[in-house]
Each structure stands twice: as structure tokens, then as C-alpha cells.
Design a protein around this ligand. Structure first.
Ligand SMILES: NC(=O)c1ccc[n+]([C@@H]2O[C@H](COP(=O)([O-])OP(=O)(O)OC[C@H]3O[C@@H](n4cnc5c(N)ncnc54)[C@H](O)[C@@H]3O)[C@@H](O)[C@H]2O)c1
Ligand SMILES: [Zn+2]
Length: 681
């Protein structure tokens, strides 16, 4: 391949990765690979400037704006950062800075490089008026409503000395604990897991429905303050002031007098960063004084007064001793690698995720191989490769089971899904147990006193078949039963026994659970894809179990944010006679089958297949009434303006941004009267 061809190829490939990364929140390669390719392209372009493409990713900030949001222009451009993985490059950076400043004294501020999404917030007279993404550096997406959901971003700041107009910038992120919580919930309802916290944050900030965004507790660390005229002399002063004004500034930054101190900071945080509540992928080094920053200036893509040092993902190698196939609540089988314990980033790793059969194939890993494990932003380490040089005659191909490791039922794989499933929903012990655990969790029936082995014991003794049986348990049945559990790994024994006090607590909790609201009951059923949020929406919309049981797929599709996958799953679940028995069992136990919301009585289907959104206020309807009429006539309410929207109903005091956006996307706008006329056909 000639340099010209290679330049063309790299340009296309990197532009494609950028598109996937910024628009679709997907990483098709890891960052290290991406950065290596980008460095290769920059090197080739330097040697052969004549072959450089006008759309080269070396000279542009990676992102763009999207059609779904209003575009805003940044007052000050939002740039990228030069980056490096090597200490030699840092020394070079230090030399460049020294030279650029002609021997003046200078200091650095080191900060962690938070792995999320760059955000910019504008305040006018102390009020947050706009929040935007970086986009292409000049223009970004207006995601003000989504940024308002971040609790640590003040909506108002009133302190002395704050300029009337200023901008703060920082990194929006999904805290690791929140990432794990969401994934646990997704696993629980059989949804594909989010790949990593950075991409999850990026995808969340791009959602149209800010109520859905609010459900994920995003956070943001601020690291920059901009105003005209400037009111600070140094970056340090601005960090201190931001903190004092109530902005969320991570207290991990440090002033360093020399590049040696910078290196110490780097090595100090190499492992310590894993104790932080968010993913970080390196550190950022900035010249402290603003006048010196100005003197050094910018390239087209990044400041010359700052650089990012990125850590290579922490890796270790160890042997794969076996694979444990775990069966989840929905029957999905997940392979977990059992490893010879190895120290990685300060913790001992014994297991790693292998995700699914495709992943095993992709890695080409065999039993007894030496494998590389890596710890990225996530808490569970993953296997990233095989050390083929260390493969011995001992290694054996991994034969993926064809039957359920727990109950022996032949596994099936649904089209388009990566997981194999055990279809024996009711007989398969781990599935049954997991269904009970789902049922008793706080967000469902809240009978958590039944946790930690107690359910297993009840099932073992044949006291319960389905969670409905919990409601007929008596203290006579429970008193005195016990079981000794032995931990396979540690050999530690634990006794679970039902003594008087325990029994009393459990029976009280079961009794009390009868008052749990209808939406919790609906969630507790464990219908695939019906998580807490969906259950709440369905409960609000239909108002009762009977209405949902009798709802057709079309009727379900009319519920906001409910797609065909959920609708199909709900209909199929209620069509199963055994599920019907289960539901009737719960009904006779006296659980809440009716919600607070008024039941929508179907009126007709004149709006079937049409999508609506409204803005403003109306003479004939309250918001609830309008929503109910749309639903009752088979229409579907959308949560935001997109190309999928057919009609925007415009009332008094309509939101100008909604109207403008609808115009842009050619969405029909109708008045209240026109809407009424549609109902009258
Ligand atoms: N894997 C992929 O497919 C893929 C594709 C595109 C980009 N990427 C990754 O993204 C990088 C390019 O993204 P980029 O242009 O946003 O550069 P960058 O993420 O390397 O650096 C700039 C960004 O760092 C962030 N940042 C975090 N902490 C900061 C702090 N304390 N101070 C200042 N900024 C801070 C800001 O959001 C800023 O915009 C690539 O180097 C690559 O690693 C990966
Ligand atoms: Zn099974």
C-alpha cells in the first residue's frame, strides 16, 4: 500500500470510528487502537502533506451536531486535547512549553481525565440558561433539559463577584455505581447490557425524553470557567472559585512545579483512580497561568498549553481454569471465566466476564490458555485476549454446552440474540429462584427479609412453587426449618434457620406487601423487558391489571415509549395459562390490581397508527385529559419531536423551540380544534 492509499484508508476508517463513537455512542475499537491509528495518520500526513485529505480527523474535533437537537454556537470554541501514552512525549511537551514561554517560570495543574462527555453550561445573571455538547467544537447540541437533570449542576448561582455572563465546562458522566445498577436492572428484565460507562453516558445525554434521562443519575465534574472579561489569573484560582460557588469540582487536582512532579502524580493515580466513583482514562496537564496559556495558543484541534496522558488499560495475564455457566432469571446463559487468582489494580481477580458464546469464539480462547485480563471503567474485569505463545499441549477447545447446566433442558438461541437460553422457565432451579428474588426486591413487593438463602430453603422444602404461594405460608410451616449452606470456594458454612422472630418478620413483610402499589405488582410479575419504568408507564396508562391483560398489541403500542418488543412480550406473557394462574393467585391473595390513574376507556380507533405531541395549554382539556383522549382513540403519544412524530398539537403559549423544531422536521402542526375534528370522523 502506498502512503497515499494508507492515508486515504486511515482517514475513512477513523472518520467512521468517530461517527460511531460520537453519534451512536459505540466503540468499535478500544481507545488505544484508535489513538495508535490516529498517530500513524498524523505521522504520514507530516511526511506527505500533499496527500492529506480535507476531512482528515487529525485536524478536527471528532464530533458533530445531530438533527434531533437544536444547534447552538459556542461562545468560545470547545477543543480536544493532544494525547500521549508515553512519558518521553511528556518530557517533549514540557520542552515545547518551556521554549514557547521563552524561559519564563511556569507551573502545571494536573487533573484526572474523566471519561465521559464534554459539556458546556452558560449562566446568565446567575441562572443556567443553556447546556450543550461539544459537537464539532464550534457548534454543539442544545441539551439544556438533559443537563438540568444533573443534581450537582446548580440551576442558579448567586454570589458576589460572579460575572453576569459566564460559561463553565466539565465532563458529564455516569457514576460507576449507577452504571452497575442500570445493568443489573437490564439483566433482570432480559435487556442487552450497556457496554461501558462512557458510551452509556453519551447515549443518555442524547436521549430526547429528559424524564428518562433523569432516571439515570448522571453527574458532572467541572474543570473550566470562561468569561469576558477574564476575572481570574490562573486555572487554579478558577477551580477554587468554582468549588466555592457550589459547582462540583473533583478534589483530585494538584499543582505541580515540574514535569517530575507531574510524573509522580501520574504514578500515584495509576491505581488509585480505581477508587474514584467514575471511570478515568488518564490525566490532563495544563499550564496554570492564563496569560501563559494565551502565549502558547492553539492548534486547529487542541490547546498547546495542555496535554492528556492516557493510561494503558491495566492488564495482567493468568490461566483460564474453567468456565462456569450461570443461568439468569430470563434463562440467559452467561459464561464466567474461572481464573488462577491474579493481582490487578490492587484487587485479586478470580473471575472474568466472557459475555456469551460469540465472545469465546471471537477471542479464540481455549481451556488452560494463558489469557489477558483487563480492568477498564467497569468493575468486573474482562478477558481481552489469549497469549498464544504460551499455549501448551494441555489446552482444550471450549465446548459450549447444548443443554442447560442446571436442569439439562436443550438450550435455544433466538434470532439476533447473542445469548443461549434455557427455555424451561418454570422447572429450571436458578430461573425459579431468580424469579422469587425479583419478586421480593424492594422495587417490587419489598419482602427482602426473605433474602439470603431463605427462598432456596422454601423451594427445597416444597413449600412454594410460585411467588403467589408466599401468601399462604403459615408460621407453623415455617418455624424450625433450617439448612446449612456451604460456600464452594471458601468452604465456609452458613446456617439459615427460621426462628420465631424471623418467621414473624417474614410474615409481617408478606402481609405488608399486599399494599404495594399496582405498578410494583406489575413489575414483580417478571415479564421480560418490563422493568420498573415500563411497569410504571403501563400502570399509569391502563390503570388496572385487567386492562393490561386484555390489551392488544396495538393498544400497548399506544403507551408512550412502548415499542413492539415490549408489546409482544406482554401479550405473550399473559397468553400463557400458567402465568394466568399465577396472576389469579396474586389476585386472590389481595394484591393491588388497580392503580391510581383513571382507566382509559377505549373510544375508537380514529387515531390508530398516528403519533402526537402537544405543547402549550388548551381550552377543552387538561394535559391529562388530552393524553387520555389520544390514547382512548388509538393514538400514540411521543415524548419528543422527531421524524417519527405525525402531529404537534399547538395550544396557547406553545413552546417556541418545539414549534421551531417541528417546522424544521416538517411535522404537521394542528390546533386544538383541528384535533377535535380528527376525533369526530
Ligand atoms: N474507540 C473508538 O472508537 C473511539 C472513537 C473516537 C474517539 N475515541 C477516543 O476519544 C478520544 C478523542 O476524543 P476527544 O477529542 O474528546 O479527546 P479526549 O477525550 O482524548 O480529550 C478531550 C476531552 O477530555 C475531556 N476531559 C476529561 N477530563 C478533563 C479535564 N480534567 N480537563 C479537560 N478536559 C477533560 C474533555 O471532555 C475534553 O473534551 C480518542 O483519543 C480516543 O481515545 C475512541
Ligand atoms: Zn435450565
Amino acid at each position: 500500500m502506498t502512503p497515499q492509499e494508507r492515508i486515504a484508508e486511515l482517514t475513512d476508517r477513523l472518520n467512521y470510528y468517530n461517527h460511531q463513537y460520537y453519534q451512536n455512542s459505540v466503540s468499535e475499537v478500544d481507545d488505544f487502537t484508535f489513538d495508535k491509528l490516529l498517530a500513524e495518520l498524523a505521522g504520514l500526513e507530516a511526511q506527505h502533506p500533499e496527500f492529506r485529505k480535507p476531512d482528515s480527523p487529525t485536524a478536527r474535533v471528532g464530533g458533530t451536531v445531530s438533527k434531533e437537537f437544536q444547534t447552538v454556537y459556542h461562545r468560545f470554541p470547545m477543543l480536544s486535547l493532544g494525547n500521549t501514552y508515553s512519558e518521553e512525549d511528556l518530557v517533549e511537551f514540557d520542552n515545547r512549553v518551556r521554549k514557547g514561554l521563552n524561559g519564563q517560570e511556569f507551573e502545571y495543574i494536573c487533573e484526572l481525565k474523566f471519561d465521559g462527555v464534554a459539556l458546556s453550561m452558560t449562566y446568565e445573571n446567575g441562572v443556567l440558561v443553556q447546556g450543550a455538547t461539544r459537537g464539532d467544537g464550534v457548534r454543539g447540541d442544545d441539551i439544556t433539559n438533559n443537563i438540568r437533570t444533573i443534581r450537582t449542576v446548580p440551576l442558579r448561582v448567586h454570589r458576589e463577584g460572579i460575572p453576569a455572563l459566564f460559561e463553565v465546562r466539565g465532563e458529564g458522566f455516569l457514576p460507576l455505581a449507577e452504571f452497575e445498577r442500570i445493568n443489573k436492572e437490564r439483566e433482570d428484565i432480559g435487556e442487552a447490557l450497556l457496554a461501558n460507562p462512557r458510551n452509556a453516558a453519551s447515549g443518555t445525554f442524547k436521549q430526547q425524553d429528559s424524564a428518562a434521562v433523569a432516571k439515570r443519575r448522571l453527574d458532572c465534574y467541572l474543570y473550566s470557567f470562561l468569561s469576558e472579561p477574564e476575572i481570574f489569573q490562573t486555572h487554579e484560582e478558577s477551580l477554587v472559585a468554582l468549588k466555592n460557588w457550589g459547582f462540583n469540582v473533583s478534589q483530585t487536582w494538584q499543582k505541580c512545579a515540574t514535569i517530575k512532579d507531574v510524573m509522580l502524580y501520574i504514578s500515584e493515580w495509576e491505581t488509585k483512580r480505581f477508587d474514584l466513583p467514575l471511570g478515568t482514562d488518564g490525566i490532563v496537564i495544563k499550564v496554570n497561568r492564563y496569560d501563559q496559556q494565551r502565549e502558547l495558543g492553539y492548534t486547529a484541534k487542541s490547546p498547546r498549553w495542555a496535554i492528556a496522558f492516557k493510561y494503558k488499560a491495566l492488564a495482567a495475564s493468568t490461566t483460564l481454569n474453567g468456565i462456569n455457566y450461570q443461568v439468569g432469571r430470563t434463562g440467559a446463559v452467561t459464561p464466567v471465566a474461572m481464573l488462577t487468582p491474579v493481582l490487578l489494580a490492587g484487587t485479586i481477580v478470580k473471575r472474568a466476564s466472557l459475555h456469551n458464546a460469540n465472545e469465546i469464539e471471537r477471542l479464540g480462547v481455549q481451556l488452560h490458555d494463558t489469557v489477558f485480563v483487563e480492568k477498564g471503567g467497569e468493575i468486573i474485569p474482562k478477558i481481552t485476549g489469549v497469549d498464544l505463545g504460551k499455549r501448551t499441549g494441555q489446552s482444550q477447545p471450549i465446548i459450549y454446552p447444548t443443554t442447560c447446566p442446571a436442569c439439562g433442558t436443550p438450550l435455544i438461541r433466538k434470532e439476533g440474540e447473542a445469548h443461549f437460553y434455557c427455555p424451561n422457565e418454570r422447572g429450571c432451579p436458578p430461573q425459579r429462584q431468580a424469579r422469587f428474588e425479583h419478586f421480593i426486591q424492594r422495587r417490587a413487593m419489598n419482602i427482602e427479609s426473605l433474602g439470603e438463602g431463605k427462598i432456596e430453603l422454601l423451594i427445597d422444602r416444597g413449600l412454594v412453587q410460585t411467588p403467589a404461594d408466599l401468601y399462604s405460608l403459615t408460621s407453623a410451616e415455617l418455624l424450625g426449618i433450617e439448612k446449612v449452606f456451604e460456600d464452594e470456594e471458601t468452604g465456609k458454612r452458613r446456617v439459615v434457620s427460621f426462628r420465631e422472630k424471623t418467621v414473624e418478620n417474614i410474615l409481617t413483610a408478606i402481609e405488608r406487601s399486599k399494599a404495594q402499589p399496582f405498578k410494583n405488582v406489575l413489575f414483580a410479575l417478571g415479564i421480560r423487558y418490563v422493568g420498573g419504568t415500563t411497569a410504571e408507564k403501563l400502570a399509569d396508562y391502563f390503570g388496572s391489571m385487567d386492562a393490561i391483560m386484555n390489551a392488544s398489541q396495538e393498544a400497548l403500542l399506544a403507551v408512550p415509549d412502548t415499542g413492539p418488543r415490549i408489546a409482544e412480550s406482554v401479550v405473550a406473557w399473559f397468553a400463557d395459562p400458567l402465568n394466568q394462574d399465577f396472576v389469579e393467585g396474586l389476585r386472590s391473595a389481595g394484591l393491588q390490581f388497580v392503580g391510581e390513574r383513571k382507566v382509559v376507556e377505549p373510544e375508537g380507533d380514529t387515531l390508530a397508527g398516528k403519533t402526537f405531541l402537544y405543547t402549550g395549554t388548551f381550552a377543552n382539556f387538561s394535559r391529562e385529559e388530552l393524553e387520555a383522549r389520544i390514547a382512548a382513540n388509538g393514538g400514540k403519544l411521543l415524548s419528543g419531536i422527531s421524524k417519527k412524530l405525525n402531529y404537534l398539537i399547538v395550544g396557547e403559549n406553545a413552546g417556541p423551540s418545539k414549534v421551531e423544531k417541528a417546522q424544521k422536521l416538517n411535522v404537521s402542526m394542528i390546533s386544538e380544534d383541528e384535533f377535535l375534528a380528527m376525533l369526530d370522523v
